[in-house]
Ligand binder design. Structure first.
Ligand code: AP5
Length: 215
């Protein structure tokens, strides 16, 4: 299965991707996670990316395309992959098509997770992630039992630097102007599937799996 996950910031792409990895045993390629790791490691790329991410803007296509190409060529992607947060604009989508055509690994589906705007701000301002195992929580919807402590591994929970209200507004604007047009892009290619991303995480996951398994 070669899949692109589309959806606004906070739609639940990462949440669903983590469950898809478990079920289908294919890797998640999250450009956001790769960039955040580069920022945490303090690499030159990370330093450049940090300023841009803190503003809620998109990192230059050239950087992101290089990261994705390097990743999809790895052995574990031969049986499939889940692209989460990539592509983010039409130029990235076209470059991805070309890259995957050259590798003879065309996409099977693009799944759009649709969530009303009003829910997104609360999901993002409430998100907390474990520094240790990366388990995700939400102070409003799915809090940890003990404040700021991971239920799974006891690690410390943190709030992402770009989950501040002003940055979230910018990210949502960038989604509308640059990323939302990809819904039409994949519809025209005949590989778009859509799911309502509201309700329990498990219910959404069931719908996602049934959509992906449908011919
Ligand atoms: P990225 O890391 O990709 O962030 P994003 O697209 O903004 O998406 P999020 O990770 O914020 O949300 P999500 O949809 O994964 O939701 P989640 O599952 O976490 O990108 C960050 C930045 O990196 C960009 O702004 C850009 O600068 C840069 N970047 C990344 N890729 C790039 C690219 N290709 N090109 C250029 N720049 C790029 O869920 C959110 C919260 O909601 C959680 O707390 C979760 O527990 C909760 N939740 C999930 N599902 C539900 C539910 N059903 N009900 C209630 N709560 C729920």
């Amino acid at each position: 299965m070669r899949l692109v996950l589309l959806g606004a910031p906070g739609a639940g792409k990462g949440t669903q991707a983590k469950m898809l990895i478990e079920k289908y045993k294919i890797p998640q390629i999250s450009t956001g996670d790769i960039l955040r790791k580069a920022v945490a490691d303090g690499t030159p790329l990370g330093k450049e990316a940090k300023t841009i991410m803190d503003k809620g803007e998109l990192v230059p296509d050239k950087i992101v395309l290089g990261l994705v190409e390097e990743r999809v060529k790895q052995e574990d992607c031969k049986k499939g992959f889940i692209l989460d947060g990539f592509p983010r604009n039409t130029a990235q989508a076209e470059a991805l098509d070309k890259m995957l055509k050259d590798l003879r690994m065309p996409l099977d589906s693009a799944l759009s997770v649709d969530v009303p705007k009003d829910d997104l701000m609360k999901r993002l301002t409430g998100r907390r992630t474990c520094k240790g195992c990366q388990q995700m929580y939400n102070v409003y919807y799915s809090p940890s039992k003990k404040k700021d402590v991971c239920d799974k591994c006891g690690g410390e929970l943190f709030q992402r630097g770009d989950d501040k209200e002003e940055t979230i507004k910018k990210r949502l604007d960038v989604y509308d102007s640059s990323t939302a047009p990809l819904i039409d892009y994949y519809k025209k290619k005949g590989i778009l599937k859509s799911v309502k991303g509201v309700g329990s995480i498990d219910e959404i996951f069931k719908k996602v799996c049934s959509l992906l398994e449908r011919e």
